[in-house]
Ligand binder design. Structure first.
Ligand SMILES: [Zn+2]
Length: 303
């Protein structure tokens, strides 16, 4: 199933885990898995208001698991040694080590509903503008939250959304396309790091139909409403290219992420790439082709 990220920079007022708004303006980043962007809308200084009646649908609280980086609130019992939790813990380390991220400034909270219907009802009440999707990441100054329900895609969904959480727990800003590209990359839980077979196949077909990558265009997409599935695939592909094509390309991504820690408005990655990675588009094309053929190598090592 395709997925689409929806990144909304709104100004809801100090969202709490109970779903009320406390009146403190904050920046909300909301990732929507699966297709279609929705505009939550930018809320003015005191934009969000409490519904007059408390929601009858509550967040999962029956079971909880906490560690330094992850809080899980669920309707179903997940023991601390559950494979999914171990996977997320390993994923956090993998993300941090791969991208050389600084320590997380806050933990990520996963609200795991047992039942899709209850999850959908909660989101409909809490965020009535949102279309039904399997999982969301919502980041506010107060909380980095993942909302989802138990499904056959739970591992993939958690990995994708938790990646957003780790990124936003570690960095003050992440460009839209890169945020999604990294989440798409790290959601893949296989030994072929970040290799999404569906995307690699689609990319090869696109190339054969005359498509060419355009990072500048991707960077210009500031609103998720403008992002289509092809943009998510291209974002994933640029991330895979940078992390695997060469030491230079990997170094470019790492240094850019380092700059995101502090620079208010960092230079576009595409501008750096033009300087630091000659013939980047040709190398990108070659990398995509090698992914499709299954012969991609990095420094002589198999992917
Ligand atoms: Zn996403």
């Amino acid at each position: 199933m395709t997925r689409l990220f929806c990144k909304i920079i709104a100004a809801p007022m100090g969202t709490t885990s109970e779903g009320d708004f406390g009146g403190v303006r904050c920046r909300t980043i909301l990732n929507i898995r699966r297709w279609w962007f929705l505009a939550l809308g930018v809320i003015a200084t005191f934009g969000c208001r409490l519904p007059s009646q408390p929601s009858p649908i509550a967040l999962p609280t029956r079971h909880s698991v906490d560690n330094d980086h992850l809080r899980v609130r669920s309707d179903i019992r997940l023991p601390p040694n559950h494979p999914l939790l171990h996977d997320l813990d390993r994923l956090r380390v993998e993300i941090s080590e791969t991208l050389f991220l600084p320590d997380q400034r806050q933990s990520v909270t996963v609200y795991l509903f047992e039942d899709e219907a209850v999850y959908s009802q909660y989101l409909q009440l809490r965020y009535p503008q949102l279309p039904p999707r399997r999982a969301y990441f919502v980041g506010t100054l107060k909380e980095l939250a993942v909302y989802t329900y138990w499904s056959e895609k739970i591992q993939e969904d958690l990995r994708h959304e938790y990646t957003h959480g780790v990124l936003h727990a570690s960095l003050p800003q992440v460009p839209l396309w890169l945020d999604e590209g990294l989440a798409e990359y790290f959601e893949v839980a296989s030994r072929s790091k970040g290799l999404n077979h569906e995307y690699a196949t689609r990319l090869a077909a696109d190339f054969s139909n005359g498509w060419r990558p355009n990072l500048e265009r991707l960077e210009s997409l500031e609103a998720v409403a403008d992002m289509k599935k092809a943009d998510y695939i291209e974002a994933w592909a640029w991330v895979h290219f940078m992390l695997h094509q060469s030491d230079d390309s990997r170094g470019l991504l790492i240094s850019y992420l380092r700059e995101l820690r502090s620079a208010e408005k960092p230079e576009l990655l595409s501008a750096r790439m033009r300087v630091e990675i000659p013939q980047a588009e040709e190398r990108f094309a070659a990398h995509a082709s090698s992914l499709f053929s299954g012969l991609a190598t990095v420094g002589g090592k198999s992917l």
